[in-house]
Structures are given as structure tokens and as C-alpha cells.
Design a protein around this ligand. Structure first.
Ligand SMILES: Nc1ncnc2c1ncn2[C@@H]1O[C@H](COP(=O)(O)OP(=O)(O)OP(=O)(O)O)[C@@H](O)[C@H]1O
Ligand SMILES: [Mg+2]
Length: 429
């Protein structure tokens, strides 16, 4: 798919903006703080119903305005779809598809993007929650119905935690225990599905990840992904217990759990269905959960270990290797979306990525993304962007699109605009 037209009203620092886009690569250039990321963020929002920079929508509505509107004309082969989203400060957001109201959560069915951003380094170096979010976003883009399963799981988890807390505060009667059993059943049913979906996704990512990493680095560092499952006794590192001490009371429910969580998933435990292991883990943890007042096992406590040459990338990999791993993960995600999506290629958005890379990796990344239907690149310095991607350049200045070129009829016929001032405007403030 590609975005043929984007209109913004009161979105971030755009009061009103209209941009025609063609297939192929477009570079958005402008000094720092002019609105380049804001613009691509709006497209990403349609695909994920979230921003890669903030949680919550308030910051997306222009200061002083009550609501923001993002309207995008998408082209899927010979079909055109007009998506419209209104983000409201007060009240629920609203969405339209071809001018008819639809549920907001329907939009990601039609808009697929993969965003590469400097923040992606946190996938490798950050907390487990960043990795869970990356996997879950990809799952939802591939199977939108999973957003519902995730929402239900979060709700059941919150209610179960409330019950555990009140039980801790007031002592637990037999009636509460029965209620807890009921919540356990629902938590396990929803959670087991999410765990299985994530495991299947990790397996599917393996080959595209290796290929993508190789295409960027040209060395075989054997990048791999290993699930770290709390239901098998592994403790993700953002949780409050040391990873090196798997919980004894969960471990008996799950077989062996090694320090990195690998053994349980690699050996006997995996033969037992996920739901059974999850239920057993909750039984084993119940006393501790009642003491602590929180749910200690489930997909909300899981992690995935990123390995290079068999060593955890976090803590061992160099800065450049970590970056390459993050880029390779995004490329692998794009490859999966391209493979199985009825909407064709996802739109690739590279926000400020080239400034972070050396020349060789810039060129390799440009080659790796070259075949995608549409690639949107932002850069403060045009010279950072490899030449093959710079056929179409749009200048952004203080929330205005300065000189958007008419989109080329065919990407091949795009001629580079005469942009002597580009180099100056591209200078970093
Ligand atoms: N809700 C909002 N209302 C008004 N202005 C906003 C809002 N949110 C962000 N901004 C402004 O948008 C600007 C940042 O835009 P953006 O992040 O897109 O910059 P950029 O062009 O990507 O810069 P850089 O090159 O530094 O990444 C800031 O000046 C910020 O104050
Ligand atoms: Mg930016």
C-alpha cells in the first residue's frame, strides 16, 4: 500500500497541512523541531492507534485546539481508501472509512506501517516492556482481532490484581478464593493465547531476522530470539526479583527454568500445553501472590532475549551491533507484513535513522528497503540520506509543508527537484 495524500488539522504543530505523496521514497527535510517526526507520527498512528513517542493522545492535539484530524488517502493496488481519524481532547476519538463512521479500532486493518526510529535502540537495550510492545504491535497489525484479546487480558489482570490486593488487606475468605479461581481461568485462557501467538511470531521472525541482519552487517552474528516465559519460572528483568533466581514455587509447576528462561521453553515444559503450564504456575504462586497483591506470571511478565553469537545483545553487543539488531527486527517485521498482508507492502517510515548510521550501513539499509512500495524518510541533514532515496524531497518548516512537489506518476520518472537551498535548510539547528 501507499499513502497518496495526507491531510492534518490541528495535529501537533500543524494547524493545517496537505501533502501529496507518490510511491517510492520521499524525504522530509527540515531543521530540528519543525514537524518532520510529527508528520510521520500521524501516519503511524493510523496503523497502530498509538504514537511511538507518547502514550495517550493529548500531546497529539495542537496546543490550544480541541481536536486533531488525520486524514489519509491510501492506495491498495487499484483500490483507494480514505481513512479519517479525529482525536478529541474530551470524549472518545472518532474514525471514518470512506466517509462512513467505523470503530476506531478498525483503522489498523487498512493501514500498515513499520516505523524505524532512534527510540528502537530500546528494543535491544531497554526494559522488557519495550520488547513486549514491539511484538504485540506486530501481532495486532497481522491479526487485528488480537487487540481485543490483549484488551481483555489487561482488564482481567487488573481485576485479578484488585482482588489480590483486597485479599491481602483484609485476609482472604473462602468466597474470595472461589472468585480468584474464576479470574484465574479467564486469565489463563486469554494469556495462553497471547503467549502462543508471541511464540509463533518469534518462530516466524527467525529467518527474516537473520536475513535482514546479514543484509545490514554482512557478517553472520547469528541473531536469534529466545522467549523468556514467566509461566515457566523465568523472571523478566524489569520485575522486582533477580533474573538469576527463578522462583522455586513456580519452577515446580514448569520443569526447569534456567537463568535466561531458555531451558523451560526448549525442553519438557514446552510439550505441556501453555494453558496448563500457566494454570500450574498460578497455583504454585498463589501464596506469594496473596502476600504481594500482584499477578506474578503471565504474558505481562514475559520477555524475549535477543542473542548475538549466543550472547545477550543487551550487555554484550556494541552500539553499532545493537542498532543493527533493532533495524533488522524492523526489517523482519516489514517482511512478515509484506508476506501475509492483503494490503501489500507496509509503508516504511524511517524517522531520523540515517543520522545514526555510518556510511556503509546507510547504503545497506537503503538497499534493503529499496523494494518497498513506499518509503518515507525524515532527516535534518539531507546529506545523511543515501542518494537512491532522495528523488523526492519535501521541506518542512515550522509546521508547514514548504514545497511539496507534485507526486510523480511513476516512481521511476521522478526527477530530483532543483534544490540548491536544500543543503542549507537541511543543516541541523
Ligand atoms: N501538541 C502540540 N501542539 C503544538 N506544537 C507541538 C505539539 N506537539 C509538538 N509540538 C511541537 O512540534 C515540534 C517538534 O516537532 P517534531 O518532533 O516533528 O520535530 P522534527 O522536525 O522531527 O525535529 P528533529 O529533527 O529534532 O527530530 C516542537 O517544536 C514541539 O514543540
Ligand atoms: Mg524528529
Amino acid at each position: 500500500m501507499h499513502v497518496a495524500r495526507l491531510s492534518l488539522t490541528d495535529f501537533r504543530n500543524y494547524e493545517r497541512a496537505e501533502l501529496e505523496l507518490g510511491p517510492g521514497a520521499t524525504v522530509l527535510v527540515g531543521r530540528n523541531g519543525q514537524g518532520k517526526t510529527n508528520l510521520v507520527e500521524s501516519i503511524g498512528y493510523l496503523a497502530t492507534l498509538g504514537s511511538h513517542r507518547v502514550s495517550g493522545d493529548q500531546a497529539l492535539v495542537r496546543a490550544g485546539a480541541e481536536s486533531a484530524i488525520v486524514r489519509a488517502l491510501l492506495v491498495h493496488g487499484d483500490r483507494q481508501l480514505l481513512l479519517e481519524l479525529q482525536l478529541n481532547r474530551q470524549g472518545a476519538n472518532r474514525a471514518q472509512l470512506n466517509r462512513s463512521p467505523v470503530k476506531t479500532r478498525e483503522l489498523p486493518r487498512y493501514a500498515h506501517t513499520v516505523l524505524f526510529a532512534p527510540e528502537d535502540l530500546a528494543i535491544v537495550r531497554g526494559e522488557p516492556g519495550v520488547r513486549r510492545r514491539m511484538l504485540d504491535e506486530l501481532l495486532v497489525q497481522r491479526s487485528p482481532r488480537l487487540a481485543g484479546v490483549m484488551g481483555d487480558y489487561d482488564r482481567v489482570l487488573r481485576q485479578r490484581n484488585t482482588l489480590l490486593k483486597s485479599a491481602r488487606a483484609r485476609g482472604l475468605g473462602a468466597d474470595k478464593l472461589t472468585t480468584l479461581d474464576i479470574w484465574d481461568e479467564r486469565l489463563v485462557a486469554l494469556g495462553a493465547e497471547l503467549i502462543d501467538q508471541r511464540l509463533a511470531l518469534l518462530a516466524e521472525l527467525a529467518d527474516p531476522l537473520a536475513a535482514a541482519y546479514h543484509s545490514i552487517v554482512d557478517a553472520d552474528h547469528g541473531p536469534s530470539l529466545q522467549p523468556v516465559l514467566s509461566i515457566d519460572g523465568a523472571v523478566a528483568e524489569d520485575d522486582d526479583e533477580p533474573r538469576s533466581a527463578p522462583r522455586a514455587d513456580a519452577a515446580d509447576a514448569s520443569g526447569e527454568a534456567s537463568a535466561d528462561g531458555s531451558a523451560a521453553s526448549a525442553t519438557g515444559a514446552a510439550a505441556v500445553p501453555t494453558a496448563e503450564r500457566f494454570a500450574a504456575a498460578l497455583r504454585g504462586l498463589r501464596r506469594k501472590e496473596l502476600e504481594r497483591g500482584v499477578t506474578l506470571a503471565g504474558p505481562h511478565r514475559d520477555d524475549v532475549l535477543l542473542l548475538l553469537n549466543g550472547l545477550p545483545a543487551k550487555g554484550y553487543a556494541s552500539h553499532g551491533e545493537s542498532w543493527s539488531f533493532a533495524l533488522a527486527l524492523r526489517l523482519a517485521a516489514a517482511e512478515l507484513l509484506r508476506r501475509d498482508s492483503a494490503t501489500g507492502d507496509p509503508v516504511l517510515v524511517l524517522d531520523d535513522v540515517f543520522a545514526e548510521l555510518d556510511r556503509l550501513r546507510r547504503e545497506r539499509l537503503a538497499a534493503a528497503i529499496g523494494g518497498y512500495e513506499q518509503v518515507l524518510v525524515t532527516a535534518a541533514v539531507l546529506e545523511d540520506v543515501p542518494e537512491p532515496l532522495t528523488a523526492t524531497i519535501v521541506h518542512i518548516d515550522a509546521g508547514r509543508i514548504v514545497d511539496a512537489p507534485a507526486p510523480p506518476a511513476h516512481p521511476a520518472s521522478a526527477s530530483a527537484p532543483d534544490d540548491a537551498p536544500a543543503a542549507e535548510e537541511g543543516a541541523t539547528a
